[in-house]
Write a protein that binds this ligand. Sequence first.
Ligand code: PHE
Length: 325
Amino acid sequence: MQSDAILDEALRAIEVASNEDELQQLRVRYLGRKSPLTALLRGLGQLPKEERAPAGAAVNRAKQSVEQALDERAAALRSEKESAIADTEWFDLSLPPPPRLQGHRHPITILEGELDHLFRGMGYRVVEGPWVEDEFHNFDGLNIPESHPARDSWDTFWLSDGNVLRTHTSPVQIRAMRRFGAPLRAIFPGRVFRNEAVDATHEAVFNQLEGLVIDKHITPGHLFHSINAILSEILNEDVTTRFRPGFFPFTEPSFECDILRDGSWMELCGMGMVHPHVLRAGGIDPEEYTGFAFGLGIDRLALMRWGIDDIRWMNSGDLRFLEQF
Ligand code: PHE
């Protein structure tokens, strides 16, 4: 029968249609006004009377079959497309989120924060001074006149305007004395600069923490006790220290403090009783007040605290180093 042949052809075409557009074209071709099935229906009138009904029924069945095949193929194409998306565009909601990159505080910052906390607890105020200093605050006011050979012991970066990058935090002693007067109890943390060769134990840019206590009847005993207490607190152990006579133009007498680490002495801190000239430069009467001062190397303290073998790591900016803190 003719309608069966058309139906076969239509079903085969539908089976291999690969997208919605092709299916739409097939729908038009086999079910539209110009389709051969429609032509068959139109031609029914020419058939002998008794053949009309069964022929008409056969064409209608064929049309329904085409319709159904088109719908099924469309559904199959849709689900193929969806499962392809599921293969490529899925994400796993149970996965933990990707790690967020997090910054780390620099060991010097960590230590400065702890020192800050520790000293505030003992009634010290925290004062900062400028990195670019004038000759008076860095040298002359600290009893280091231009002719004094001790100037050479600070390898100085001189600026073209006659100022210097401060070679120590001691200039802040004078600034603080002038600003707050006596009695005074203060620390001055910060960066200092020395024009010297860099190696595993020396940096040109490093950090000090200066301490200054001025009051009536202050003695070296106060100084030694304070230093031991502070170091023990920061290094979290009972430290063994030794105090040697030293020389600084701005303290008299002067001492060097060494700390015992793994069987050897490590130089950590210069200190002494504030020189009368320096008290006067700060506007304080040395007949009425005495005081002590110390200058602690924060970088060295950090090396000990974390067992770091080379001071150059501090300014390296190396993430392998920084991410450990
Ligand atoms: N300013 C000295 C230095 O940098 C350290 C120091 C500070 C010594 C205070 C005595 C008193 O070497």
